[in-house]
Design a protein. Structure first.
Length: 148
């Protein structure tokens, strides 16, 4: 997904608002999750978002998402955000995020199983493995908070 950064989406310094980046990340990740699961999806958690470089007014913001791992009814999606200067062509990696979605049955509105993810390349296998590690940490934190 890509769009040009307009002044209404920037702060007084002419930089894209972090909240707007988070919105774009959620939308882009939801598209990948929905396409993989062939269903409606809801955001369950955002484990990580890292703002590395600002995106300036007038630049193009480019978001790329990929399902990293499927569990049962949930899936983790990784999103990378880039900026591109339309005049020079210079590109920068600006943001990385990991978002978890749950697939929802359109009739019952309840979670539904997601088709397995086929991982072939070394990169896909690495992302799959790391998504499992993040899930363990996320669930440990969730259950720790419930006990407190």
């Amino acid at each position: 997904m890509s769009e040009v950064v307009l002044p209404a989406e920037t702060n007084p310094l002419g930089k894209l608002l972090g909240g707007h980046v988070m919105h774009l990340v959620d939308v882009t990740a939801a598209m990948a999750a929905s396409r993989h699961s062939n269903s409606y999806v809801v955001t369950a958690s955002v484990d990580y978002i890292d703002f590395r470089n600002p995106v300036n007014v007038g630049e193009i913001v480019i978001l790329k998402s990929q399902v990293n791992r499927v569990f049962h009814t949930s899936m983790e999606v990784g999103v990378k955000v880039f900026s591109e200067n339309a005049l020079t062509g210079e590109k920068k990696h600006t943001t990385t995020a990991y978002v978890t979605f749950v697939a929802i049955d359109q009739f019952t509105k309840q979670p539904k199983p997601v088709p397995p993810l086929i991982v072939r390349t070394g990169e896909e296998k690495r992302r799959w493995r790391e998504a499992g590690e993040r899930r363990k940490a996320r669930l440990a934190l969730r259950f720790k908070k419930r006990r407190e």
